[in-house]
Design a protein around this ligand. Sequence first.
Ligand SMILES: Cc1cc2nc3c(=O)[nH]c(=O)nc-3n(C[C@H](O)[C@H](O)[C@H](O)COP(=O)(O)O)c2cc1C
Length: 439
Amino acid sequence: MQAGRSTPSRRTGEVATVPRSRPSDRLRSAEEGGLSEAHRVEAVDVQSANQPARAKRLRSLSTALTIADLKARARRRVPKMFFDYADSGAWTEGTYRANEADFAAIKLRQRVLVDMTGRSLQSEMIGERVAMPVAIAPTGMTGMQHADGEMLGARAAEAFGVPFTLSTMSICSIEDVASVTKRPFWFQLYVMRDRDFVRNLIGRAKAAGCSALVLTLDLQILGQRHKDLRNGLSAPPKWTPKHAWQVATRPLWAMEMLGTKRRSFGNIVGHAKNVSDLSSLSSWTAEQFDPKLSWDDVAWIKREWGGKLILKGILDSEDARAAADTGADAIIVSNHGGRQLDGARSSISMLPRIVDAVGDRIEVHLDGGIRSGQDVLKALALGAKGTYIGRPFLYGLGAGGQDGVTRALEIIRTELDVTMALCGRRDVRDIDRSILDEG
Ligand SMILES: Cc1cc2nc3c(=O)[nH]c(=O)nc-3n(C[C@H](O)[C@H](O)[C@H](O)COP(=O)(O)O)c2cc1C
């Protein structure tokens, strides 16, 4: 991993519906642009400085034993439109459900009288040491699940020793996250038609010391998510009576959101040509995702970035072979958490054939449907070198900010460790198909 980085002073922010701006939004946006770096770091610190409240939150979080527990708490804390944004898939949500259900169908072999002492979960993803082979997946609008969500998530991941991936469509900017972390994080790139903007974004990720670029290939056109359309999702929320009610019934969320200035897309506003406020952002995003993205563009981005490259959104053996031909460092077997092509197979069901297709030409990672450490172990058994969590991270964040993300990681770590031991294994790097009961 890279040791240090420079933190640029300039700041600037998966969308379903982009916001329509009103004059007051524009005013807020202008205020955000005026914030100094010092103020921004302070806004995050205020949350952790409130010690009695934090002690209470930690006690309460310690009673959450599963990711489902965190999900239930997030549902109670996060306004419906943003909770639904996380807990949704495209169209019938069949692929979203299959991602989880197919993990549950995989059975493990119970082994006994095996020495279980000295177990290790440490591993490597793209050559970086990780405390366990689980990274935080890039998720858009994370700063709407909890104020300053990306900064808090990155801090929790850093303290835990796992990679954090920041989305292009984040609320906190690359520079915001760099300002509160020391460990290099990973940056996820959506390719826009405006290649100058893409070049600039890559430059900013380099300047911030990001140690890998995660290039998303499966969202050049947006899958239709009914919950988002019905909720009229936008960031910041619109002020219709329905939206105001959703916010008013989540007072803690609202108070924390009032304490930050980051309520828009921090990587975009102030950086993309002619996007200085929320109204111009709306039309910009609608036009900008490039539907002509090709393998030639992947080669261009690889050259432009010059560092470790991970290709995200591979679900087909032919595409996996083409991805290996690019010389990228890893692929992520993924269907975007069931948010894009509804009717596609689950990630875990496609993993074995993709691993067979690429052999050891490229490292294979997986995301989609991981809700426990057991799922992580099953993915490793079927040939993944690393995994990512999207919703478990968001539920932890919504339930309890940075401490909630830490709790999500702890839950997964404990389940991974205990399950590995009961399968008779001591080192996560030695996990293979022999731990599975394949009937
Ligand atoms: C709310 C939400 C927003 C997402 N935004 C992005 C994004 O901006 N970029 C991206 O590459 N993937 C995005 N994803 C997909 C995740 O990176 C990941 O593929 C998916 O969440 C994995 O499935 P899981 O949520 O079941 O773990 C998003 C997923 C969710 C749930």
